[in-house]
Design a protein around this ligand. Sequence first.
Ligand SMILES: Cc1cc2nc3c(=O)[nH]c(=O)nc-3n(C[C@H](O)[C@H](O)[C@H](O)COP(=O)(O)OP(=O)(O)OC[C@H]3O[C@@H](n4cnc5c(N)ncnc54)[C@H](O)[C@@H]3O)c2cc1C
Length: 400
Amino acid sequence: MGHYDVIVVGAGGTMGSSAMYHLARSGSKVLGLEAQPQAPHTAGSHHGLTRIIRLAYAEHPCYVPLLKRAFELWRQLEVESGQDLLKETGCINMSPKSLPDSCFKGAQASAQLHGLTHEVLTPAELQGRCPGYAPPEDFQIILEPVGGVLCPERCIAAHLAGAAAAGAEVLYGAAVTRWGVEPGGQVSVQAGPDAQTHTADRLILAPGAWLPRLVPELKSLLTVERQVVGWFDIEGDASHFSPDSFPVAVLDDETGMFYAFPADAHGFKIGKMHHRRQVTEPDALDRAIVPEDEATLRVAVQRYFPGAAGRLNHAAACLFTNTPDEDFVIDVHPRHPQVIICSACSGHGFKFGSVIGEVLKDLALTGGTSLDIDFLRLSSLRKGQAAVLEEFGKQEPASA
Ligand SMILES: Cc1cc2nc3c(=O)[nH]c(=O)nc-3n(C[C@H](O)[C@H](O)[C@H](O)COP(=O)(O)OP(=O)(O)OC[C@H]3O[C@@H](n4cnc5c(N)ncnc54)[C@H](O)[C@@H]3O)c2cc1C
């Protein structure tokens, strides 16, 4: 086996494919290892045709600079690949006035803090402009014009094609079962059914929901959760749900937070953050859709988008990997400076995929990055992480 500058684990996923792209284009000799037989695929966190991207970000003020760079990089990837990857539809955040810490309040605070273009609309104004929406009278609504929809499968394919064009190699069906750091400092990785060994100077671990397997110290921090999205038939005027008249939606009410998209080939798509809060092992994900799954989604379609409350046409189960505060973990491994750890999900990571790949490349090649990711580092001592750092302080796990 040849020796590489960098090995990327999870190369067929959102973050891994982007890291491959940025590394290969920087001139690095890079090997990607992907457990699945092809990419993109439906086994992890990235399938389902659409992902929301937005700028006004209630989750943490430091995400906004990352998002600005993410937008730039997605646009660059579009130009380079010749693919349509991002459709700007605008983004609505809406919530009842009475809800404390609502997505409306968070998005408005973020827009004001960062000077982002936005409009506050009344329910009647929103319904007048976007008839697919039926917001209750007590709702507060913010419209951000730059939000929109990414096509996740195409984004991953474009990153992988760009990486391959720049000389990157990927092995599919190559699940990494063990990794370690040799006495001389190089990393070695065993992958695939025949446990082939590969070596490199640096290692990026971006295996999504499988990260706790490869970095057991993170087990107590990361919770893998079943997530279901449903596509409903439009019963009213289909043009009300087209990308030109339906901005992507983030909304919360007393039951939780929902996100919805303009219609695609399967119909009107909606999901509920954390769905039915079902913790799962990634390989044991229950993909069967049951009536409770449909009911969880249908209640919001009927309340807020009644023109799309037709038959459930399609549904898919997917994986969230959550941290307790729902902020990502991106850092250099506390014991091994040549190993980079990435867990960027908690149900909102896709939009950052382009910029996180760049950050992972920077961390792998230089140990640092010009983008502010301090709030995502393990060392930022967030809720639930002190114990995790203690785990890293213990001796090397016997097997990764
Ligand atoms: C239903 C749903 C809706 C979402 N909606 C949005 C949204 O609207 N906007 C948004 O920004 N985000 C959204 N997200 C979150 C976003 O999709 C994820 O944050 C993102 O896809 C995570 O990327 P990842 O690279 O960590 O995981 P993945 O894309 O799953 O990639 C991980 C890869 O690692 C591979 N792998 C695992 N173990 C190994 C191993 N041992 N060896 C080799 N390879 C391995 C896997 O096969 C996989 O290819 C949503 C997620 C879901 C599930």
